[in-house]
Design a protein around this ligand. Sequence first.
Ligand code: GLC
Length: 517
Amino acid sequence: MTEALNWWRTATVYQIYVRSFADSNGDGVGDLEGIRSRLDYLRDLGVDAVWLTPFYRSPMVDNGYDVADPRDVDPLFGDLDAFDRLLADAHERGIKVTVDVVPNHTSSQHPWFQAALASPPGSPERARYWFRDGKGDDGEQPPNNWLSCFTGPAWTRVADGQWYLHLFAPEQPDLNWANPEVVADFHKTLRFWLDRGVDGFRIDVAHGMSKPADLPDMDPRAMYNVVEHATYTDPRLNHEGVFELHEGIRRVLDEYPGTAAIGEVWTFDDEQMGQYIAPGRLHLGFNFRLALTDFDADQLRSAIDRSLAVPLRVGAPPTWTLSNHDVWRQVSRYGDGEVGLARARAMALVELALPGVVYLYNGEELGLPNGPLTEEQSTDPGGTSDMQGSRDVARIPLPWSGDEPPFGFTSGSQTWLPMPADWADRTVERQEADRSSTLWLYRDALRLRKSHPAISGDKVSWEDAPSGCFIMRRPGGLACVLNTSDELVDLPAGEVLLTSAQLQGGKLPPNSAAWVV
Ligand code: GLC
């Protein structure tokens, strides 16, 4: 029983970017019924759970991360009945369903924000957000120097001269979590979905929900340095008041045994990360180190060691992810083309050999690269320096079948982002028919990860390996060998379970990985 309740400690979770997974009604945008029609695909892939990106009522300025009603489904994606059907059918196949929730901000179309705009400064309606007077003689300058994580200042002025805070787009005003009404309403949202039967949540911007009451200036250098961010003062994010908020969320989830929450936590300060996932707080925290590390064995090894140390210390499972809807697809990060794909395949074996929880992003199992997009085609309000331009390049709809766009994604002729014609060889249909495809690599790896006794134990140890390579050993016996060098290398003695590329004369070629027991 306990093991069943602890499913989230070892799960492989598949992120579905709802707009881009599968479309059921021909409008070119993915939806809940589309997902339901593809559940067998997910079962065959072997994932334990899905994470659905926001499908709530929204004006879609940030593709649903601007929520106008968190307790209803946007008509673009279906309705509550469609959600219930999807949940029931997923559960029937043994797939858990976790949903994205967005506590840091609402849409500017949310009734609360509309009421705030219609109410005077100092009113209770404004106290749910961060309204402040500006600086300067006429209050014509923003209250502080905070920058939006997207672009420009984090403040927008309203007609009566006050300013409101938005860490993202102006259409995403930040909620004030010091206001008990905000806390209560979010807990109501959690219960709404828990009562319907969801298995957990992904908490958007979980590191941003609390702000210091006096809103001190930030060091603008913090904007352009994700990994070493902790070196600069940035009161926008990771404020100490946030932990208490996560304790409150945890108490709600504890009323529903077997559910779990993972926070989107952008911090590379190990101490701080440990605080987020300490007992009584978030079950899991996203660890973005792998997604931000180059294809280099030494750097990857140290990223893995650092990523493991924190959760081991506090008793939480480690988490891993190579990509999501906010970053470039790994094939493109690693150099695109054949090399990029080979490296992405190798990294899949590294990631799936690690202890803990793995988050896959839809399409990575097909080896998709970024899609080519012109500026006009991009809908993303959030292209920033650290995201390397529009995030939409990683959000192109999935190719399912056939030889030309829209590749079975939709019965219509248009897709919300254009699909590249040269994805014909990446469709699910083609890859299912090819035992050497990336899809089959993921299927094989996921099957072994779940069933092979050698893939077990909480830790990893490192064995001597040629330069540019590593040999990572799980206590259960699995060795994962990664070759980021330019040479063919020998494998350790044992049975080869799986390789990301064909061995050459028994040796592991560059840009590949192998599992040996
Ligand atoms: C998170 C989401 C991202 C969104 C932002 C604002 O970072 O992952 O897609 O734009 O929050 O909600």
